[in-house]
Design a protein around this ligand. Structure first.
Ligand code: UDP
Ligand code: MG
Length: 326
């Protein structure tokens, strides 16, 4: 008999104590309905302050298929997922949120597609229950903008809820940039992909851990770590302005040399100085975004630190060195 295939869930958790019991119950139901695979669950505690860790330890005491990774502080969702991926080794891995917005039942269909030979199976949202019109609208615009800017085919309306094969897991683990945008990194890595549609539920309990500020930072990370389109736009804008200026200059010169008219200048000069000054500062800020990122990458700090592992195997790559160990 072939050894059973392994399917591991990676679940980042940040202050989700009230979701854990319901989540585990649904996950275990899924496992019971999937006899063909050895299913495990790796929870990454991303610096929770609400008793999440204690609850996880308690649940893991009862349920041996739980592995726990406790980060030294809150590193953010993308890094928490990365830490989880570093600590699992399975034929297939599912990245799923802890708040039950991503229904575990959908994984059955995703897993079926994976067994057909797809290396990435995205879960694509039909509707989003319990999310504000503002969040839906910004998410809608965000995905379309990113897709245009980034030059990789980022699937629309998908979050990080997805299933990946071991090949993709290895690929992702080898990409160690610190401003991580997994939704872009997965399609960038390539491999065959498929999608499964689902209805996104409302949160089981608690509130979003992505307030507006974090969402904006996430969007900026996506744009500036994945695209140099803004730099190109800056150069294009510069070229356009220079052309405009040259044309204007030529016209003024023409008036001066060949006619008796003069251009009344003060207002025009003032406005163009303000406009050009503003644009220059803006472009400097834009370049600063990239330089700041280069600076941060150049420090080559580990992406996260581990406080404690319970049941989880040591990372396939050392979190403390960007090169890592195989
Ligand atoms: N999360 C995390 N670290 C953070 C923020 C969120 O690990 O700094 C986890 C959170 O516990 C949840 C998932 O990431 O499992 C998605 O977060 P959330 O549901 O708050 O985001 P939303 O669905 O509102 O976009
Ligand atoms: Mg959520």
């Amino acid at each position: 008999m072939l050894p059973a295939r392994t399917l591991e869930f990676v679940i980042p958790v940040f202050n989700e104590a009230d979701c854990l019991d319901a989540l585990l119950e649904r996950l275990l139901t899924f496992r019971a309905a999937t006899p063909g695979a050895e299913v495990g669950f790796t929870f990454v505690n991303d610096g929770s302050t609400d008793g999440t860790w204690a609850r996880l330890v308690e649940l893991a005491g009862r349920e041996p298929s739980l592995s726990l990774v406790d980060l030294s502080r809150n590193f953010g969702h993308q890094i928490a997922v990365t830490a989880g991926l570093d600590h699992v080794d399975a034929d297939h891995v599912v990245i799923i949120d802890a708040d039950l917005q991503d229904p575990p039942e959908v994984v059955a269909e995703m897993y079926r597609r994976a067994l057909e030979g797809f290396d990435v199976v995205y879960a694509r949202r039909n509707v989003r229950r319990g999310e504000s019109a503002f969040k839906r609208l910004t998410a809608f615009g965000f995905y379309r903008l990113i897709r245009r800017l980034c030059g990789v085919p980022i699937p629309q309306d998908t979050g990080d809820f997805r299933l990946i094969s071991r090949k993709v897991l290895r690929a992702l683990s080898s990409m160690r940039e610190r401003h991580r945008f997994l939704r872009g990194m997965v399609p960038w890595a390539g491999f065959r992909s498929a999608e499964v549609r689902y209805d996104r539920d409302a949160r089981h309990a608690g509130e979003t851990k992505y307030p507006l500020g974090k969402m904006v930072r996430f969007a900026l990370d996506a744009i500036f770590s994945f695209s140099i389109a803004p730099l190109r736009a800056a150069s294009l804008m510069g070229v356009a302005l220079v052309t405009l200026g040259a044309a204007g200059g030529a016209y003024v010169l023409y008036l001066k040399l060949f006619t008796t008219r003069v251009v009344p200048g003060m207002t025009v000069i003032l406005l163009s100085v303000i406009l050009l000054g503003g644009m220059q500062i803006m472009m400097l800020g834009l370049i600063g975004e990239y330089i700041g990122r280069i600076f941060e990458e150049s420090k080559r700090r580990p992406l996260y630190f581990i406080n404690e592992l319970r049941g989880a195997r040591p990372a396939r790559r050392a979190s403390s060195s960007p090169e890592g160990v195989p």
